[in-house]
Design a protein around this ligand. Structure first.
Ligand SMILES: Cc1cc2nc3c(=O)[nH]c(=O)nc-3n(C[C@H](O)[C@H](O)[C@H](O)COP(=O)(O)O)c2cc1C
Length: 189
């Protein structure tokens, strides 16, 4: 079950934008992050939730999608995420957030996948712009944005080839392929 969930939990970047995500669902997902591990149990992460078109429209222009897909400018209208969770670090609690936000992101995305949703972690964020449009206070560091929605694209895993190329690609049918290194190549001993 866990393996299936992890395999299904891909980075999705095209969504059925018309399918809404309720605020309660976003809260349930953040609750999974709340219950996850945190360095020294400091729990410095805070979250901004967005599932309304107007607020979503403020966040979307601050994001950069799929750097390896040079000819793709990001999701078109109708395929944009239905919701976002902005992951913040409260510098009044801690100056460093270790890998807390990665763990939180994975918990949230696994929970989304379990619910038939999907998403993408975005670190390529125009932080100054996002801070301004969402009025994020100076004591909050913008760590990640999680885009969420009902996936509209097919994503398949591949094995990294002999050339070692790890870049994902899209085929002529718009299927997104993600190469993963072989297990034997990552276990060092
Ligand atoms: C820390 C982190 C930051 C990421 N930032 C972005 C981003 O800014 N934009 C984007 O389109 N994808 C981003 N991704 C998604 C990765 O591109 C994706 O995880 C990778 O291509 C592998 O695909 P998979 O998640 O389906 O295994 C990020 C992923 C991680 C873990």
């Amino acid at each position: 079950m866990m393996r299936e969930l992890v395999i299904k939990n891909r980075s999705y970047r095209r969504f059925h934008q018309e399918v809404p995500i309720e605020p309660e669902t976003l809260k349930e997902l953040v609750d999974l992050a709340r219950l996850s591990a945190s360095a020294a149990n400091r729990q410095p992460l805070k979250y901004i939730l967005s599932c309304e078109p107007q607020k979503n429209a403020l966040i979307f222009p601050c994001l950069r999608w799929a750097g390896y897909l040079k000819d793709w400018p990001g999701p078109a209208e109708g395929e944009k995420p239905s919701a976002y969770i902005v992951v913040l670090g409260d510098t009044r609690i801690s100056q460093s957030f270790s890998c807390d936000h990665g763990i939180a992101a994975q918990s949230i995305l696994l929970g989304a996948t379990e619910r038939g949703l999907g998403g993408c972690i975005l670190a390529a964020v125009q932080r100054t712009k996002l801070r301004k449009v969402l009025k994020i206070p100076a004591h909050s560091e913008i760590l990640l944005v999680l885009a969420l929605g009902k996936p509209k694209e097919k994503v398949v895993l591949e094995t990294v080839g002999a050339d070692g190329d790890i870049k994902y690609w899209r085929d002529k049918d718009e299927v997104h392929h993600v190469p993963k290194r072989k297990l034997d190549d990552i276990i060092m001993g």
